[in-house]
Ligand binder design. Structure first.
Ligand SMILES: C[S@@+](CC[C@H](N)C(=O)[O-])C[C@H]1O[C@@H](n2cnc3c(N)ncnc32)[C@H](O)[C@@H]1O
Ligand SMILES: [Zn+2]
Length: 339
């Protein structure tokens, strides 16, 4: 964990400040250690491979699994219990399957967006700016949150233009992100849950979330969890997949009814075939047309895909603070994206 990150992190259970107990430190970085909510609820969070593991509630077991014997010795010295009480979470099964599937995806395709022969880095920068609705000067000198960072490809672009960047994700994606961004000292990757992030209200100048909220199981509540983290005058940008046309949606629903139940190796074979079909369609100049009816690309594409650009929330945030008002206004916007 980078030394600058500590001042921004809070206990995700009670929002209190955290105390750092380093176990392994290298070049002013904590590779292994503990973050302890010393004055508040006394919950502890392991730091493993430089990543603070800030999951709590029903997912606490995932964070605790990173604790080694060295962590346990420090816990014993501090008189802290290793055991914890299970807290229920209505979204637990969605979150666990998200961790498994995206954990696999971002580990297997860790280089996607970094070393991809088709989508090279320069192309990715354009995609980041378009999806985040940000311009490089917006990011200059700012503290930024990338909510649902995947393999860290957009944390990287935010950090190229911004001052400090936190990239947060649920599952093993964080290990891919931490490796991809290891040399960029102004990026801190954190394992955390959008529904209970380890930051105080009004922390960030810029919060963006690209291609994430519709995967959370409750996009509205996830969105509402991000709103208070934005500081006065800051900005929040949300990119969600657009809905396609009715025919596309029907084909997609029936495909997903099957593909979401496939084991990962079978799914990989299926995807490879779809990709070959896509390449063939590309060669005969049919890919764009075909994409309107069937998912041959990584993102849904339909007649109405430009709707995804309508939620220009940041302009609204700039004029509508305080937060509770913004929360309600943005809820209305979300309910009526063409507003
Ligand atoms: C489609 S990926 C997008 C990743 C990245 N923003 C990008 O565009 O490359 C969606 C990501 O959202 C993360 N995610 C889903 N639910 C989450 C939650 N409750 N908290 C944090 N991350 C979550 C997933 O783990 C996954 O890595
Ligand atoms: Zn606490």
């Amino acid at each position: 964990m980078r030394s600058w990150a500590l001042r921004y992190l809070r206990c995700p259970r009670c929002s209190d400040r955290l105390e750092l107990h380093a176990i392994d430190e290298r070049d002013r970085e904590t590779i292994s250690g503990l973050l302890v909510c010393a004055d508040g609820c006394r919950t502890w969070y392991p730091i493993a491979d430089g990543v603070p593991r800030m999951l709590h509630g029903a997912l606490r077991s995932v964070a605790v699994a990173h604790a080694t014997d060295a962590h346990r010795r420090v816990l014993a010295d501090l008189g802290l219990e290793v055991r914890w009480e299970r807290e229920p979470d209505r979204l637990e099964s969605v979150k666990r399957s998200t961790m498994a599937s995206f954990g696999f995806e971002w580990t297997e395709f860790r280089g996607f967006g970094w070393d991809d022969p088709i989508f090279d880095l320069a192309y990715e920068e354009g995609v980041f700016l378009r999806k985040s609705l940000l311009n490089p000067p917006d990011l200059d000198g700012q503290l930024v949150l990338d909510a649902g960072c995947g393999n860290g490809r957009y944390s990287y672009w935010a950090a190229r233009h911004g001052q400090w960047v936190f990239g947060v994700d649920l599952g093993d994606a964080v290990d891919a992100a931490a490796r991809n961004t290891a040399e960029f000292q102004n990026i801190q990757i954190v394992q955390g849950d959008i529904f209970g992030l380890p930051f105080a209200p009004s922390t960030f100048d810029i919060v963006f979330s690209i291609g994430v909220l519709m995967h959370t199981g409750d996009a509205r509540t996830a969105f509402e969890s991000l709103v208070p983290l934005v500081a006065l005058g800051g900005s929040l940008s949300i990119h969600v997949y657009g809905k396609g046309n009715p025919l596309y949606e029907t084909v997609d629903r029936s495909l997903r009814a099957r593909t979401t139940k496939l084991a990962i190796p079978t799914m990989e074979r299926f995807t490879e075939r779809a990709y070959r079909l896509r390449r063939l369609a590309d060669r005969v100049g049919m890919a764009r047309a075909l994409n309107r009816f069937v998912r041959l690309d990584s993102h849904p594409v339909g007649f109405h895909s430009r709707r995804e650009f309508v939620l220009r929330t940041r302009q609204h945030l700039k004029v509508l603070l305080p937060h509770d008002l913004v929360g309600r206004e943005l809820q209305d916007l979300l309910a009526d994206p063409l507003h």
